[in-house]
Design a protein around this ligand. Structure first.
Ligand code: G6P
Length: 363
């Protein structure tokens, strides 16, 4: 097992560090920034022309990637929703043959997600899975499959597969929107250029992160909160999930604007707030973070260096200034590192947290 970890103490840290490579693999041959059009050569031109709405179904970290994908689709003008697969049998929105149901699952074997996929198939929706495992049940049972090519992930807490899922879903969303409209979005060229530079931007985060120091600084806190708006919201949820999975500490993620509708009651000087800035109404997120600060909570801003939040916050985790569709992915890498170092300080069994399994094949 130690051999598989190479120079790292844990698979999780190895997999966090693999992200520049796994992401480059995911996008390889699928985008062509030079001509400014989305290739996503996995699909024939016009494949998604007749799609009226999209439903994503997923669990756990994959659900957060699904929410990310769904929000990018909505922002691109395509009706879409992200649904917890385990809720789908009791509350699925209606589907027809113009509905595309996308099962997002790293393993392709999660029972809840397979159930939702089977229900969508039975009800006559078009189905697609976005998965890491060629030959998985989801890949076999969905009408079509898009592979994220992240390579095997051993750590129970998903890391590199989240980044690859979110990127592939962003790309797929652009493709669905452009097929529907008959032409790519005006800003496609710049998005693709930024996407092509993501592996490098993630490498920069990994080379120069203050996450270990921040994990140490806030090690004795009572609870950890994560807030974000727009695409920062699924990243806040994922930041909190990762943190609780491997540290066993209380962590929660909120939409920034929700903080004042209840969670603020939990905020004290003992509850650091990680605020994620993705360039979507950041001034509002900053105001929300300052409301927490007024109650004594330290705020850690995850944002570019020249962002106004850096001045206002108590601490800073830097990300490159990039397209708002992608900034959350860089923020997520910083938060993965914070969780990792916080769990390491507590000497938790990081790769195999108690009570959790890599793939849950029962309902
Ligand atoms: C388990 C794992 C999570 C994972 C979820 C969904 O609960 O512990 O890390 O996100 O399953 O797995 P999937 O393979 O469907 O992405």
């Amino acid at each position: 097992e130690q051999a598989g970890k190479g120079e790292y103490d844990h698979f999780m840290l190895k997999e966090i560090n693999e992200q520049p490579t796994s992401l480059a693999q995911a996008i390889e041959g699928r985008i062509d920034p030079a001509n400014g059009r989305i290739a996503l050569s996995d699909f024939e031109p016009g494949t998604f022309e007749g799609i009226d709405s999209v439903q994503f179904v997923a669990c756990g970290t994959s659900y957060h990637a699904a929410l990310y994908g769904s929000l990018t689709l909505n922002q691109a003008g395509v009706r879409s929703s992200a649904l917890l697969a385990n809720e789908y049998s009791v509350s699925a929105p209606p589907v027809d043959d113009e509905t595309l149901v996308i099962a997002v699952t790293q393993s392709g074997e999660t029972a809840d997600t397979l159930n939702a996929l089977r229900q969508a198939n039975a009800e006559g929706a078009q189905t697609l899975t976005v998965t890491n495992v060629v030959g998985s049940t989801a890949a076999r049972e969905a009408d079509d499959a898009l592979f994220i090519r992240a390579g095997p992930e051993i750590g129970v807490a998903a890391t590199k597969t989240f980044s690859s899922q979110a990127v592939m879903l962003t790309l797929l969303g652009q493709r669905i929107a452009s097929d529907q409209r008959g032409e790519p979005r005006a800003d496609t060229e710049s998005l693709l250029a930024e996407l092509a530079s993501m592996p490098g931007a993630i490498a920069d985060v990994l080379d120069d992160s203050d996450a270990a120091a921040i994990a140490r600084r806030y090690a004795d806190s009572q609870a950890y909160f994560f807030i974000g708006r727009g695409l920062g919201f699924p990243v806040a949820l994922e930041g909190a999930l990762k943190f609780k999975e491997i540290t066993y500490e209380h962590a929660e993620g909120f939409a920034s604007g929700e903080l004042k509708h209840g969670p603020l009651a939990l905020v004290t000087p003992e509850t650091p707030v990680f605020a994620i800035f993705t360039g979507e109404e950041d001034e509002k997120t900053l105001k929300n973070a300052e409301e927490a600060q007024t109650r004594g909570a330290p705020v850690i801003a995850v944002c570019p260096d020249d962002h106004p939040a850096v001045e206002a916050a108590d601490d800073h985790l830097e990300i490159a200034d990039t397209d708002q569709d992608l900034a959350g992915l860089l923020a997520n890498v910083q938060l993965q590192l914070v969780s990792y170092y916080a769990a390491d300080l507590l000497d938790r069994p990081i790769d195999k947290p108690r009570n959790l399994a890599k793939s849950v094949t029962v309902e």
